[in-house]
Design a binder for this molecule. Structure first.
Ligand SMILES: *Cc1c(COP(=O)(O)O)cnc(C)c1O
Length: 467
């Protein structure tokens, strides 16, 4: 199988090239030329597979044997060895119709680990095979950076630099990044906010000579491999449910920021998982909810909420959805994205809104409702939700519940990671050992001003070039 861009100007490429390209060279997002489908029989045949075996089957449909079978199996095995649950991503049943898929048992306690642990291993594999250095550069508001660092720390042929806003990530997130002592990790703590960090990254990726000299690679959710790795758990959750419960199809509720996680669900549905509703849960930054309910896609003021990993205005994976919405027509997508750039918003007709709503139901969750949901589920089920996962549950309660089929709500972070919000409710939790021990470790980071030249100087002495 080959891969192409949503803007139609990238000639078809294979799996590894697609992985290394990240964002399409024409500014679009990479998608498969055709989405492979899985028959009902094939799907049922996978019901007894472990998470790793299932991932192998799904990836095999995309890798064109560019990665030999045994290598792929080994990569997958290694990627999930650091997950603490034997099921990797356990499914917890709260009542007859509601199930929670816990995506947070990886090394940094957020769902980003599911895809990034694999991507880190794949980068190391490619670096070795092609005898190339890989220099990773990213900006983070917390979860992605911690997860990406954890995925490549100590790996040969890879250098990773992550920019985070000094003092503006949660304490646990900061410690997860800065207590890593491996020499291939550089944490730049920038005197500025997340947008400043993001802006610097954009400038550096746009600097073609800098980018080419260092083979700069990105880690954000534009990479299709990340999307694909997340699609696996939609198959897995479906197959974990007893046949009589899932027979009529299953609904999912998804805490959403960059639209990556929910797009993975959309892809799984296209591949053949019997998914009925995809419920998109946002916090008060509800641009995506307004898009789905009213047909207006327009960023507004940024709000800080209890679920900071969903505090996003422009959802980078939105363009992938548009591509399928327009029947895989790259010309329409290009025109619409250019219009968005020029006018700062997009509007959709009533007929289009009706079509969008057949794919996705949306619900936005206020700060108050988020906390209430945490309290209610603690009281009712003795089950502690983190604020992001609570948005998913609140959306299930508010928008999804109309359907009488089984519901799977995705839990995207461990509650210990966002203790600040949980403490507001006076709920005390015991930290897992792997978080507790962070508090005693020495930190390693370089504090820099928000000046691109200073940041470049740090990178030039840190990054490696091909021999
Ligand atoms: C990144 C993140 C999300 C949002 O996922 P997207 O793929 O960006 O939509 C939700 N919850 C947590 C805890 C996250 O880290």
């Amino acid at each position: 199988m080959k891969f192409k861009s949503t803007r139609g100007k990238v000639s078809p490429i294979g799996f590894i090239d697609m992985f290394l390209m990240g964002l399409g060279e024409d500014g679009g997002l990479i998608v498969p030329e055709t989405i492979p489908t899985v028959s009902e029989e094939q799907l049922e045949g996978w019901a007894k597979l472990s998470y790793q075996e299932l991932m192998f089957e799904i990836f095999s449909l995309f890798t064109n044997e560019e990665i030999p079978e045994q290598d792929l199996k080994e990569l997958i095995k290694e990627s999930y060895a650091g997950f603490t649950s034997p099921d990797v991503l356990p499914l917890t049943t709260l009542n007859d119709s509601l199930h929670v898929l816990e995506l947070f048992h990886g090394p940094t306690f957020a769902f980003k680990d599911v895809a990034l642990q694999f991507m880190g291993n794949l980068y190391a594999y490619v670096a070795k095979k092609q005898n190339k250095v890989i220099n990773i550069l990213g900006a983070t508001s917390g979860d992605t950076g911690a997860s990406a660092i954890s995925s490549v720390r100590g790996k040969e042929g890879i250098q990773i630099c992550i920019l985070h806003p000094n003092g503006k990530v949660s304490l646990v997130q900061e410690l997860q990044m800065t207590t890593v002592q491996d020499d291939n990790v550089l944490n730049l703590s920038v005197n500025g906010n997340f947008d400043d960090c993001q802006q610097t990254i954009k400038e550096l990726f746009a600097d073609i000579s800098f980018k080419t000299k260092y083979h700069l690679r990105a880690i954000n959710s534009i990479n299709f491999v990340r999307i694909l790795a997340q699609s696996v758990y939609y198959f897995y959750a479906y197959l974990q449910l007893p046949a009589n419960i899932r027979s009529g199809g299953v609904n999912f509720s998804i805490p959403t920021g960059n639209f990556g996680n929910i797009f993975s669900g959309y892809l799984a549905k296209k591949m053949g998982v019997p998914i009925k509703q995809l419920v998109l849960a946002t916090n008060e930054n509800n641009i995506l909810e307004r898009f789905i309910r009213e047909g207006i896609y327009k960023p507004e003021g940024f709000l800080s909420t209890h679920s900071p990993s969903m505090d996003i205005q422009i959802a980078s994976n939105f363009e992938r959805y548009l591509y399928y919405f327009y029947g895989e027509d790259a010309v329409s997508v290009t025109a619409r994205m250019e219009q968005f750039k020029a006018e700062g918003q997009l509007t959709f007709t009533a007929e289009e809104v009706a079509r969008i709503q057949q794919d996705i139901t949306a619900y936005s969750v206020s700060n108050e409702e988020c906390l209430e949901t945490i309290q209610t589920y603690q009281d009712r089920y003795n089950y502690l939700l983190d604020p992001h996962s609570a948005c998913g549950i609140a959306a299930y309660e508010g928008a999804g519940n109309q359907d009488d089929g089984a519901f799977v709500s995705l839990a995207t972070a461990h509650p210990a990671k966002f203790d600040e919000a949980i403490r507001i409710l006076g709920i005390e939790q015991k930290f897992p050992e792997r978080i507790q021990e962070l508090f005693n470790k020495p930190q390693r980071q370089v504090i820099v001003d928000n000046v691109t030249a200073d940041i470049v100087e740090q990178l030039e002495s840190f990054y490696k070039v091909d021999k």
